[in-house]
Design a protein. Structure first.
Ligand SMILES: C[S@@+](CC[C@H](N)C(=O)[O-])C[C@H]1O[C@@H](n2cnc3c(N)ncnc32)[C@H](O)[C@@H]1O
Length: 187
């Protein structure tokens, strides 16, 4: 069976993330990706995770504790647009993941936004190592979602081919606007 965009995002991360790597979960939510990445980087690695909702930090902290993964994650209750303030330009980032949209079963008004998403992607690109990947899973069925999808698509298309491989992955015959995945790989 073909993988969903969410499942494929983990496949793309698992292919490259190694023990002791430093990685970013730009949209922590309930911590699915933070916990997944924390397992991959192990005790010598670090996951920098961001979210603007206090509940996201609480839920993720709990999840990490339950799985003995707290040591390898740093949780920031602030937007991913502040990545450049937290992570020095010399930090080698191996991978980053974004799940864009709103957190299911929570406040649908709190959504990721094109400008702040773009700021975060640009900051990560400056820190991304060769063969590193940024993965964006874009949910766009909600109000404002199309604008963010357009920004991500245009941003990805404009990246120079000599420096980056860029992939998009989507099901083209599914109802209800399934998410679209983009993967930016630094050559
Ligand atoms: C689709 S959910 C992420 C789901 C998450 N990956 C998980 O495993 O549960 C999007 C998340 O982005 C968060 N968010 C919105 N604006 C943000 C920003 N500027 N910086 C970081 N996170 C933001 C929302 O609060 C929400 O939790």
């Amino acid at each position: 069976m073909l993988q969903t965009a969410l499942h494929f995002s983990h496949t793309l991360l698992r292919e490259i993330v190694q023990p002791a790597d430093q990685v970013i979960d730009a949209t922590m939510g309930n911590g699915n990706d933070t916990a997944f990445l924390a397992e991959l980087v192990g005790k010598l690695g670090k996951v920098y995770a961001f979210d603007v909702q206090a509940a996201a930090i609480q839920n993720t902290e709990k999840r990490l504790q339950e799985n003995q993964l707290s040591e390898q994650a740093l949780l920031f209750h602030q937007g991913h647009e502040t990545i450049a303030e937290i992570i020095s330009p010399e930090t080698p980032i191996k991978a980053a993941v974004f799940n864009l949209g709103y957190l299911p079963k929570s406040d649908k008004e709190i959504i990721t936004m094109p400008d702040t998403t773009r700021t975060a992607i640009e900051a990560i690109l400056e820190r991304l190592v060769v063969k590193g990947r940024i993965i964006l899973v874009v949910y766009y069925g909600h109000e404002g979602g199309e604008q963010e999808l357009t920004m991500v698509k245009n941003f990805c298309k404009a990246l120079p081919q000599r420096q980056f491989n860029v992939l998009s992955y989507q099901f083209v015959n599914q109802a209800n606007q399934p998410p679209i995945l983009y993967c930016i790989e630094k050559k």
